[in-house]
Design a protein around this ligand. Sequence first.
Ligand code: CP
Ligand code: NVA
Length: 302
Amino acid sequence: MKKDLLTFKNMDGELINHLLVLASNIKQSPSEYAHKLKGKSVVALFEKPSLRTRVSFDIGINKLGGHLVYLDSQSNNLAGRESIGDMGANFSCWADAIVARVFKHETLEQLSAASSVPVINALCDQYHPCQGLADYLTLAENFDDLSKVTLAYVGDGNNVTHSLLIIGAILGCNVTVVTPVGHEVSDDILSYAKQEAEKSGAKIHATNDIQEAEGADVIYTDTWLSMGDDTPLSDIKDKFAAYQVNQALLDATGAKYVMHCQPAHRDLEITSEVIDGDQSLLLQQAENRMHAQNAILVNLLA
Ligand code: CP
Ligand code: NVA
């Protein structure tokens, strides 16, 4: 049966650790993997804009000897022209895998149901699994033992937060989520992460109190308004101001590093000072997107 990579939910910790080791090997020894996707073609269907995901998949697949066809659903007027299922069935006639960035998670489920080849989630409203895997690779490169690390996510509870919670809970990494009131993570995903944490030993905690980020090893943030959220910035700016990630927060919590999936909004959710400072892991995260995704592709296709 074909496998997909839609959420990382219910994935075995051993398989996630295997993907992290594979990503690290691909990063260290690219020539050993240069032909792993020889003759393979991947379709990338994007309903939303992307810089990192699009470029890292395209260049990454090329480095593995494969080929990517990019489809911009909006500017090519593909959305609504035929059903997503019909698109998936047609992609499966030519492609070996489908990468998709969509507004709704259900779209990925429909695509998967109609496709005979693996579907990889390149971001949806609920999850950003490729980002999450790259971020745990980045953490593993900076800490010897993920079970001794506490990641504090500060800001809007969103798709990136969900993936950090899911993967962290399975791997045994402690995750504290700090959000303003009304911007919490999904109850279902928090409960799922807490259940997984009982098995892995991770501590999973959600709060509205920024002081509870104290003692974290890493502070992570993301945009206050995700793609597809049309709330005017002026409506939420004051509420989020106390959750800005800045040098004062890094100093107060004692965190060693700062992370952000990007695109970053300088001097809104995160200050330029910390993006460009010595504690920043942002570009290491961006580089690792490619290696993590290549590990996923090699695992699913090679
Ligand atoms: N982090 C991330 O997914 O960036 P893009 O939206 O630019 O792909
Ligand atoms: N939460 C953000 C992530 C962007 C990579 C969004 O969905 O827009």
